[in-house]
Design a protein around this ligand. Sequence first.
Ligand code: AMP
Ligand code: MG
Length: 335
Amino acid sequence: MRPSTPAAPGPEVSTDPDRAVAILRAGGLVAIPTETVYGLAADAQNSRSVRRVFEAKGRPADHPLIVHVAGLDELDPWVESVPDRARVLAARWWPGPLTLLLRRSERVLDDVTGGRDTVAVRSPDHPLTIEVLRRFGGGVVAPSANRFGRVSPTSASDVVAELGPALHLVLDGGPCSVGVESTIVDLTHDVPAVLRRGGVTPEELADVLGVEVAVSGSDAAIIAPGMVASHYAPDAAITVLDPAAPDVEVVETVTELLVTTPGVGVLAPRRVDGLPVGAVELDPGGGPDDFARVLYSRLREADARGLDKLVVVPPPAEGIGAAVHDRLRRAAHRD
Ligand code: AMP
Ligand code: MG
């Protein structure tokens, strides 16, 4: 019998916040759980560590990073001033899936903002990560823990598969509860503007602020620096149907694709009647919240099962459904 090859050493996987703090202090990279997706965290005040994040992700330097802090009390050092609107929104949604774009303070590194005079800050809602941020005392940059342009990870094992050797530690906090990235709202102009859709809707923001909220080029290919047309892309080519597409239309689309491709998957919020033999049904769970929560892991599953094409029937484009539509549009886009 031939001796088996030892497995490549993976990153340490732990549930101990103190391990994460020690590694962050030493300038290392730690994957952290959040309610949205797993983040690739590094000390936001250590420019070498921040550059390592860009290298590990293969992310272009002009795609700015979000600074993550323990709560509203920790916002002040990062921004020129805390406007009332920021206080109101943070009081309502922090910790939670809302990122605030504000004028930056002197201490924010150019590496973090790509030299901009603004900084994006949020407080993530996950007990382990809040504990890390409290004990660490500072802020961490934490872009999604995936290679640039690929599907964001929503579990510790997805992180290991995605970035394994580049990481010093994966803090395992279980599966993410929201599943898509935070809403980003720009508070640096008279009219607040949503730059990226997420768990908090523009309507909710407008309600709480009592002012009109713009959605920056909701259909534009690029609505914020770093928000490129093609993103969150699995290997499988994606066809997005209308949320109201009847079963016959799904069946027709799948049947047509099966003529030229053997591996065709379907992600629809219900069992589709009459699918041809060979079509692989993936399960998006019950309602729109479930759909968002499991979307990225189903895209990964499509790749793991060797599917070439995936036909998706999304939930209606309301609430979190609008964020799902945004991610699917980018996942389906091919440059
Ligand atoms: P990610 O870290 O992958 O969730 O992506 C963070 C996104 O936040 C970036 O791609 C930008 O779209 C946005 N962002 C972060 N900082 C800024 C900034 N200073 N100005 C404008 N957009 C920003
Ligand atoms: Mg990302």
